[in-house]
Design a binder for this molecule. Structure first.
Ligand SMILES: Nc1nc2c(c(=O)[nH]1)N[C@H]1C(S)=C(S)[C@@H](COP(=O)(O)O)O[C@H]1N2
Ligand SMILES: [Mo]
Length: 197
Protein backbone atom coordinates (compact mmCIF):
# COMPACT_ATOMS: atom_id res chain seq x y z
CA UNK A 1 0.00 0.00 0.00
CA UNK A 2 1.27 3.37 -0.95
CA UNK A 3 0.80 6.53 1.03
CA UNK A 4 -0.28 8.44 -2.03
CA UNK A 5 -3.77 9.53 -2.80
CA UNK A 6 -4.71 7.87 -6.10
CA UNK A 7 -6.28 11.01 -7.53
CA UNK A 8 -3.08 12.90 -7.02
CA UNK A 9 -0.38 10.49 -8.15
CA UNK A 10 0.19 9.71 -11.75
CA UNK A 11 -2.17 12.32 -13.10
CA UNK A 12 -0.59 13.52 -16.31
CA UNK A 13 -1.78 15.90 -18.94
CA UNK A 14 -0.21 16.06 -22.36
CA UNK A 15 1.21 19.49 -21.99
CA UNK A 16 0.90 21.72 -25.04
CA UNK A 17 4.36 23.29 -25.49
CA UNK A 18 2.63 26.51 -26.56
CA UNK A 19 0.97 26.78 -23.15
CA UNK A 20 2.99 28.74 -20.56
CA UNK A 21 3.29 27.20 -17.05
CA UNK A 22 0.05 27.12 -15.06
CA UNK A 23 -2.18 28.04 -18.02
CA UNK A 24 -5.05 26.16 -19.70
CA UNK A 25 -6.54 26.68 -23.16
CA UNK A 26 -9.85 28.43 -23.88
CA UNK A 27 -11.50 29.33 -27.17
CA UNK A 28 -14.15 31.85 -26.10
CA UNK A 29 -12.07 35.02 -25.38
CA UNK A 30 -13.37 35.90 -21.90
CA UNK A 31 -14.01 39.55 -20.94
CA UNK A 32 -12.24 40.86 -17.83
CA UNK A 33 -12.65 44.50 -16.83
CA UNK A 34 -12.10 46.22 -13.49
CA UNK A 35 -14.93 48.67 -14.17
CA UNK A 36 -17.66 49.61 -16.64
CA UNK A 37 -17.04 49.71 -20.39
CA UNK A 38 -16.62 53.35 -21.44
CA UNK A 39 -18.49 54.68 -24.47
CA UNK A 40 -16.07 56.39 -26.85
CA UNK A 41 -17.26 57.94 -30.12
CA UNK A 42 -14.70 57.66 -32.90
CA UNK A 43 -15.05 61.43 -33.43
CA UNK A 44 -13.94 61.98 -29.79
CA UNK A 45 -11.24 59.31 -29.79
CA UNK A 46 -7.60 60.34 -29.44
CA UNK A 47 -4.40 58.58 -28.47
CA UNK A 48 -1.17 60.24 -27.45
CA UNK A 49 2.38 59.42 -26.51
CA UNK A 50 4.20 61.64 -24.03
CA UNK A 51 7.97 61.47 -24.15
CA UNK A 52 10.01 61.80 -20.96
CA UNK A 53 10.94 65.37 -21.98
CA UNK A 54 7.24 66.29 -22.08
CA UNK A 55 6.84 66.30 -25.88
CA UNK A 56 3.43 65.03 -26.96
CA UNK A 57 2.51 63.18 -30.17
CA UNK A 58 -1.20 62.64 -30.75
CA UNK A 59 -3.49 60.87 -33.21
CA UNK A 60 -7.19 61.04 -33.88
CA UNK A 61 -9.06 58.14 -35.50
CA UNK A 62 -8.33 59.37 -39.03
CA UNK A 63 -4.62 59.91 -38.51
CA UNK A 64 -4.33 56.52 -36.79
CA UNK A 65 -6.05 54.81 -39.72
CA UNK A 66 -3.64 56.56 -42.10
CA UNK A 67 -0.75 54.58 -40.51
CA UNK A 68 0.45 51.27 -41.93
CA UNK A 69 -1.77 48.51 -40.53
CA UNK A 70 -0.46 45.11 -39.44
CA UNK A 71 -2.28 41.77 -39.46
CA UNK A 72 -1.31 40.10 -36.20
CA UNK A 73 -1.88 36.45 -35.25
CA UNK A 74 -0.94 35.79 -31.63
CA UNK A 75 -1.54 33.67 -28.56
CA UNK A 76 -2.81 35.56 -25.52
CA UNK A 77 -2.24 34.59 -21.89
CA UNK A 78 -4.27 35.94 -18.96
CA UNK A 79 -3.00 35.87 -15.39
CA UNK A 80 -6.33 34.24 -14.41
CA UNK A 81 -4.79 31.22 -16.24
CA UNK A 82 -6.61 31.09 -19.53
CA UNK A 83 -4.70 31.16 -22.80
CA UNK A 84 -6.13 31.40 -26.28
CA UNK A 85 -4.16 30.48 -29.39
CA UNK A 86 -4.04 31.95 -32.88
CA UNK A 87 -6.05 35.11 -32.28
CA UNK A 88 -6.27 37.39 -35.33
CA UNK A 89 -5.95 41.14 -34.83
CA UNK A 90 -5.34 44.26 -36.87
CA UNK A 91 -3.54 47.27 -35.51
CA UNK A 92 -0.81 49.85 -35.85
CA UNK A 93 2.62 48.94 -34.54
CA UNK A 94 3.79 51.11 -31.66
CA UNK A 95 7.18 51.24 -33.43
CA UNK A 96 5.49 53.37 -36.05
CA UNK A 97 3.90 55.68 -33.46
CA UNK A 98 7.17 55.95 -31.50
CA UNK A 99 8.91 57.21 -34.65
CA UNK A 100 10.94 60.26 -33.60
CA UNK A 101 10.32 59.63 -29.88
CA UNK A 102 13.21 58.86 -27.51
CA UNK A 103 12.36 55.35 -26.24
CA UNK A 104 15.57 54.93 -24.25
CA UNK A 105 13.70 55.58 -20.96
CA UNK A 106 13.23 52.49 -18.83
CA UNK A 107 9.58 52.89 -17.79
CA UNK A 108 6.23 53.54 -19.41
CA UNK A 109 2.67 53.96 -18.17
CA UNK A 110 -0.43 53.26 -20.23
CA UNK A 111 -3.60 55.16 -19.23
CA UNK A 112 -7.11 54.53 -20.46
CA UNK A 113 -10.51 56.05 -20.97
CA UNK A 114 -12.22 55.03 -17.72
CA UNK A 115 -9.09 55.47 -15.61
CA UNK A 116 -7.31 52.08 -15.75
CA UNK A 117 -3.53 52.23 -15.81
CA UNK A 118 -0.76 49.67 -16.22
CA UNK A 119 3.00 50.12 -16.08
CA UNK A 120 5.14 48.49 -18.75
CA UNK A 121 8.86 48.44 -19.42
CA UNK A 122 9.54 50.58 -22.48
CA UNK A 123 11.60 47.69 -23.86
CA UNK A 124 8.39 45.61 -24.01
CA UNK A 125 6.65 48.21 -26.20
CA UNK A 126 9.22 48.41 -29.03
CA UNK A 127 10.72 46.12 -31.70
CA UNK A 128 7.52 44.66 -33.13
CA UNK A 129 6.11 43.53 -29.77
CA UNK A 130 3.15 45.90 -29.26
CA UNK A 131 0.29 47.45 -31.20
CA UNK A 132 -2.69 49.76 -30.93
CA UNK A 133 -5.25 47.18 -32.04
CA UNK A 134 -8.70 48.04 -33.37
CA UNK A 135 -9.95 44.84 -35.05
CA UNK A 136 -10.30 41.32 -33.73
CA UNK A 137 -11.37 38.27 -35.74
CA UNK A 138 -12.22 40.40 -38.79
CA UNK A 139 -14.55 42.74 -36.88
CA UNK A 140 -14.22 46.14 -35.27
CA UNK A 141 -13.00 45.53 -31.75
CA UNK A 142 -16.00 45.10 -29.42
CA UNK A 143 -16.30 47.76 -26.70
CA UNK A 144 -16.06 45.10 -23.95
CA UNK A 145 -12.69 43.98 -25.36
CA UNK A 146 -11.36 47.54 -25.51
CA UNK A 147 -12.91 49.01 -28.63
CA UNK A 148 -12.48 51.25 -30.40
CA UNK A 149 -8.80 50.54 -29.70
CA UNK A 150 -6.62 48.84 -27.12
CA UNK A 151 -3.02 48.14 -26.46
CA UNK A 152 -1.96 44.65 -27.55
CA UNK A 153 1.23 43.26 -25.97
CA UNK A 154 0.88 39.51 -26.60
CA UNK A 155 4.18 38.46 -25.00
CA UNK A 156 3.01 39.74 -21.58
CA UNK A 157 0.03 38.72 -19.43
CA UNK A 158 -3.09 40.34 -20.78
CA UNK A 159 -3.60 42.84 -17.95
CA UNK A 160 -0.76 44.83 -19.58
CA UNK A 161 -2.83 45.09 -22.81
CA UNK A 162 -4.72 48.21 -21.72
CA UNK A 163 -8.24 48.39 -23.16
CA UNK A 164 -9.55 51.80 -24.33
CA UNK A 165 -5.98 53.06 -24.19
CA UNK A 166 -5.67 56.85 -24.30
CA UNK A 167 -2.05 57.64 -23.57
CA UNK A 168 1.37 56.10 -23.12
CA UNK A 169 3.82 58.17 -21.07
CA UNK A 170 7.52 57.34 -21.12
CA UNK A 171 9.22 57.95 -17.78
CA UNK A 172 12.63 57.96 -16.19
CA UNK A 173 11.12 56.94 -12.85
CA UNK A 174 9.29 53.82 -11.81
CA UNK A 175 5.57 53.99 -11.07
CA UNK A 176 2.94 51.28 -10.54
CA UNK A 177 -0.30 50.89 -12.48
CA UNK A 178 -3.71 49.70 -11.24
CA UNK A 179 -3.15 45.95 -10.78
CA UNK A 180 0.56 46.38 -10.09
CA UNK A 181 -0.48 48.43 -7.04
CA UNK A 182 -2.37 45.34 -5.83
CA UNK A 183 0.74 43.19 -6.16
CA UNK A 184 0.68 42.09 -9.78
CA UNK A 185 4.11 41.72 -11.32
CA UNK A 186 6.04 44.65 -12.70
CA UNK A 187 6.95 42.90 -15.98
CA UNK A 188 4.38 40.07 -16.36
CA UNK A 189 6.13 37.52 -18.62
CA UNK A 190 3.86 34.41 -18.77
CA UNK A 191 6.77 32.12 -19.72
CA UNK A 192 8.52 33.07 -16.46
CA UNK A 193 5.17 32.93 -14.65
CA UNK A 194 5.59 36.50 -13.43
CA UNK A 195 2.09 36.76 -11.95
CA UNK A 196 2.72 38.57 -8.69
CA UNK A 197 5.61 40.58 -7.30
N1 LIG B 1 -8.85 49.80 -19.45
C1 LIG B 1 -8.75 48.54 -18.99
N2 LIG B 1 -7.90 47.70 -19.61
C2 LIG B 1 -7.78 46.44 -19.17
C3 LIG B 1 -8.49 45.99 -18.05
C4 LIG B 1 -9.38 46.90 -17.42
O1 LIG B 1 -10.05 46.58 -16.42
N3 LIG B 1 -9.48 48.17 -17.93
N4 LIG B 1 -8.33 44.70 -17.58
C5 LIG B 1 -7.08 44.07 -17.94
C6 LIG B 1 -7.11 42.67 -17.60
S1 LIG B 1 -6.86 42.26 -15.98
C7 LIG B 1 -7.22 41.72 -18.56
S2 LIG B 1 -7.06 40.08 -18.19
C8 LIG B 1 -7.50 42.08 -19.96
C9 LIG B 1 -8.76 41.41 -20.41
O2 LIG B 1 -9.00 41.71 -21.76
P1 LIG B 1 -10.35 41.14 -22.38
O3 LIG B 1 -11.49 41.61 -21.54
O4 LIG B 1 -10.38 41.63 -23.78
O5 LIG B 1 -10.21 39.64 -22.31
O6 LIG B 1 -7.64 43.47 -20.16
C10 LIG B 1 -6.76 44.24 -19.41
N5 LIG B 1 -6.92 45.60 -19.81
MO1 LIG C 1 -6.61 39.96 -15.91
Amino acid sequence: MGIFSPGFVGRRRDKNPMLPPGQYEVTDFPVLSAGPTPTIELSDWAFSIRAANGDLKAWNWQTLMAQPIDDITVDLHCVTRWSQFGMGWRGVSLDRLFDGVDTSTEYAMASCYGGYTTNIRTADLVNGQAWIAFQFDGEDLAPAHGGPARLLIPHLYLWKSAKWVKNITLMNHHQLGFWENYGYHDVGDPWKEERYS
